[in-house]
Design a protein. Structure first.
Length: 194
């Protein structure tokens, strides 16, 4: 069996580009999910790993889709190898674990290290940039999605006050997440506005 695995980090992102590439290479089954790749605790990834049989192959469009950390990538590779399966990346053409090729394993180690270094450098630069911006009084933090004039949130609060809908219904009507609405209502109750 050839399994495809497609992942994006947020619900706002779409999987179309990855799915198109995986369908073009005739995957027998494609596992897809919209979830952070920070850990391997992803339902569809785990389902795919449990379905693996000897001789199966996993195809990803690029390595960052299956893992965001070097450590997790190597743990995943060990699991895949133990099951007698292989991993292949479309973008990272040098990675094809379906052949017993020591160069592929070596390049995987090097490239995974380079990817990890890039992520670490980006995080370091981001922290440095924030520190400099704070010193200059220009750092305001992350912009709130649901600000005071957000039409969806304001409508959600109106519906809540009317008392005719559940939180789930309000969330569906206004497209405001339940957790954000609960937070806003909690803030309003603490401030004795509600």
């Amino acid at each position: 069996m050839i399994y495809g695995y497609a992942r994006v980090s947020t619900k706002e992102q779409n999987l179309d580009r990855q799915l198109k590439q995986l369908l073009e290479i005739d995957c027998d089954k494609i596992y897809e999910e919209k979830i952070s790749g920070a850990t391997t605790e992803r339902p569809e990834l785990q389902n795919m790993l449990s379905d693996l049989q000897p001789g199966d192959k996993i195809i990803v469009t690029d390595l960052t889709r299956i893992s965001r950390s070097t450590r997790d990538l190597f743990l995943l590779l060990d699991t895949i190898k133990e099951k007698g399966a292989a991993l292949k990346s479309i973008k990272d053409t040098w990675l094809d674990m379906s052949e017993d090729n020591p160069y592929s394993a070596f390049l995987l180690t090097v490239m995974a290290g380079v990817n990890q270094l890039e992520r670490d450098i980006t995080k370091m630069r981001q922290k440095e940039g924030i520190a400099i911006a704070k010193e200059k009084g220009r750092y305001v933090g992350r912009v709130k999605k649901y600000h005071e004039k957000h039409a969806g949130m304001n409508h959600a609060i109106e519906l809540y006050k009317a008392g005719k809908h559940t939180i789930k219904e309000i969330s569906e009507i206004t497209n405001v997440s339940k957790s954000a609405l609960y937070r806003k209502l909690s803030e309003m109750k603490k401030a004795k506005i509600l």
